[in-house]
Write a protein that binds this ligand. Structure first.
Ligand SMILES: Nc1ncnc2c1ncn2[C@@H]1O[C@H](COP(=O)(O)OP(=O)(O)OP(=O)(O)O)[C@@H](O)[C@H]1O
Ligand SMILES: Nc1ncnc2c1ncn2[C@@H]1O[C@H](COP(=O)(O)OP(=O)(O)OP(=O)(O)O)[C@@H](O)[C@H]1O
Ligand SMILES: [Mg+2]
Ligand SMILES: [Mg+2]
Lengths: 251, 251
C-alpha cells in the first residue's frame, strides 16, 4: 500500500486537482484508491461532487477520535473512495492537542490494506494538518506550477520535509514532482520547468499537466476530468501521469 | 490612514501580486504606502527585489517585541516602503503566545500617521497571522480568481470575518473585492465574475486584473509591473484599480 502526501505550501498550484484526477486515473488502471481531504476548504470533497451540508461526518471526527475512520469513507466511483473534509477541520490548527502530529496516523491504526494507494490532499501551509499528512505518509509528491514564486517555495518545503524525516517520520521522502498548469507557449514556463528538472532530476515526472480550461470547469459540476471531458488534454495528461506512477512500483 | 488587509485563504489567487502592484500604483498617484509581508513564504519581499539572506530583521522580530517596527522598514521606491518577512515567521503559528491575535496591532503602537495606506499581504490560511492582520486592519480587500473553487472559498471567508468583527475588531469590514487572473475569453471566467458581482454588488471593483504573462515574469527580476513592463495590461489594470481605490476616499 502506497501512502502519498500531495503537497506544496504555495497556494493554487494544482494539488486538489491532482489528487482527484490522478486518483481517478489510477482507479481506471485497476488500482484501488483512497483519497483523504485534509484541507478545511474541503475543495477535494466539493470537486468529487459531495454537498458539504449533507455530510454527517468528516475527517475531523476521526482525528479527534469520535468516529472510526472506516465509517466516514464515501464511495466516489469504481475503485475510488474519499474521506471527506468539512470547514470545521480548521479547529484542528487551533486546538491544543497532545502529540497532535500523529492524529491521522493514530486514526488509521488497524485499517489494514484495503487499498493500493492512499492520496492525501494537503492545505497550502506547513501547519499541523500538513504535518499530520507527513507523519502518516511514506512518500511525497510535490505539485508545483511552472512560475517563479512557486519555484521559490521549494527550498523551504524540502527543509520542512527534512526536519520531519529526522524526527517524526524517518520513512518519509519525496519520490515525485509534478508540474501543473503548464503552458508550453510561455517562455517562463519552459524556463522554470527546466530549473525544476535540474533540481529534482529523475524524481520529476515526464508528464507535465498542461493548462486546460476543462480542468478549471470540471469542479463546477463536481466531476473528475474523465467524466467531464474524457478527450481533453487534462484527461490524457492525468492518465499518462498515472501510468508513470504505477511504473515506479516495479523499480 | 487606511489599513487594508489583502486576503483570501484560497491559494494562488493573486494576493501578493496585488499588494505589490497596487502599492506601487498608489505611490505613483502621490500616496505614501507601507506594505507589510505577513506570509512566511516572504513572496512579497522576494517580489520587491529583496534578497532574504541579506535581511537582518523582519516582521517576526517586531511581532515578538524584539525590535521596534520602525527599524525594519525597507524603502522599495519613491513613496513606497515594506516591512519584510522571512521564513522564520512560520514559528508564530506554532508558538504558544498570549493574546496572540494582537501582536501586529501592538507592534504598531505609536507608529503615527507616517503614510496614507498600509497594505497587508496575508498567507493562504485563516490562521494566527491572518487573524493578526484582521485585528489591526480597518478594511479588507478580498482578492479572488474567477474560477469555481475560488468562489467556494468566499462564504467561509466572510464567516471568519464576521466572527472577528463581533469579538476582536468591531471596525473591520470588507470594502473591496478584486478579480484577478481574469481571462475574458473563457466562459467560466465571465460566468464566475458575474456571480461574484451579484454577491458583492458595488463592493466589487470595476477593474478586473487581466491574466497577463508580464505579471508572472516580473517577480523573477524582483521588479513591480511598472518597472518591468510599463505598457502591459498588468500596469494599466493596476493603475486603474489604484484610481478606483483613491476614489473611495471621497465617498
Ligand atoms: N492544469 C490545469 N489547467 C487549468 N486549470 C487548472 C489546472 N489545474 C488546476 N486548475 C485550476 O486552478 C485552480 C487551482 O487549482 P487547485 O485548487 O487544484 O490548486 P491547489 O494547490 O489545491 O490550491 P490550494 O492551495 O488553495 O489548495 C483551480 O481553480 C483549478 O480548477
Ligand atoms: N494577472 C495575472 N496574470 C498572470 N499571472 C499572474 C497574475 N496575477 C498573479 N499572477 C501569477 O500567479 C501566481 C499566483 O499569484 P500570487 O502568488 O500573487 O498569489 P497569492 O494569492 O499571493 O498566492 P499564495 O496563496 O501562495 O500566497 C504567481 O506566480 C503570479 O506571478
Ligand atoms: Mg487545494
Ligand atoms: Mg501570496
Amino acid at each position: 500500500m502506497r501512502i502519498i502526501a500531495i503537497m506544496n505550501q504555495k497556494g493554487g498550484v494544482g494539488k486538489t486537482t491532482t489528487v482527484l484526477n490522478l486518483g481517478v486515473a489510477l482507479s481506471k488502471l485497476g488500482k484501488r484508491v483512497l483519497m483523504i481531504d485534509l484541507d478545511h476548504q474541503a475543495h477535494l470533497t466539493i470537486s468529487s461532487g459531495i454537498v458539504l451540508e449533507n455530510l454527517r461526518f468528516s475527517i475531523y471526527d476521526a482525528l479527534i477520535g469520535k468516529i472510526p475512520i472506516k465509517r466516514i469513507i464515501e464511495g466516489v466511483s469504481l475503485g475510488l473512495s474519499l474521506i471527506p473534509s468539512h470547514p470545521i477541520l480548521s479547529k484542528i490548527e487551533i486546538k491544543r492537542l497532545k502529540g497532535s502530529e500523529f492524529l491521522l496516523k493514530e486514526s488509521f491504526k488497524g485499517f489494514g490494506r484495503l487499498c493500493n494507494y492512499i492520496l492525501i490532499d494537503c492545505p497550502p501551509s506547513l501547519g499541523r494538518l500538513t504535518m499530520n499528512a507527513l507523519c502518516f505518509a511514506r512518500e511525497i509528491f510535490i505539485v508545483t506550477q511552472t512560475e517563479y514564486l512557486a519555484l521559490k517555495s521549494l527550498p523551504p518545503l524540502l527543509e520542512a520535509v527534512d526536519k520531519v524525516g529526522m524526527s517524526l517520520n524517518p520513512e518519509i521522502k519525496v519520490t515525485g514532482v509534478v508540474a501543473c498548469l503548464y503552458d508550453q507557449r510561455r517562455k517562463i514556463d519552459r524556463r522554470i520547468k527546466e530549473e525544476i528538472r535540474n533540481y529534482f532530476k529523475e524524481k520529476m515526472f515526464e508528464t507535465a499537466i498542461r493548462k486546460n480550461v476543462s480542468l478549471a470547469e470540471s469542479p463546477t459540476l463536481g466531476k473528475d476530468i474523465f467524466r467531464y471531458a474524457p478527450l481533453s488534454y487534462g484527461a490524457q495528461d492525468y492518465l499518462s501521469l498515472a501510468r508513470e506512477v504505477i511504473k515506479m512500483e516495479k523499480a
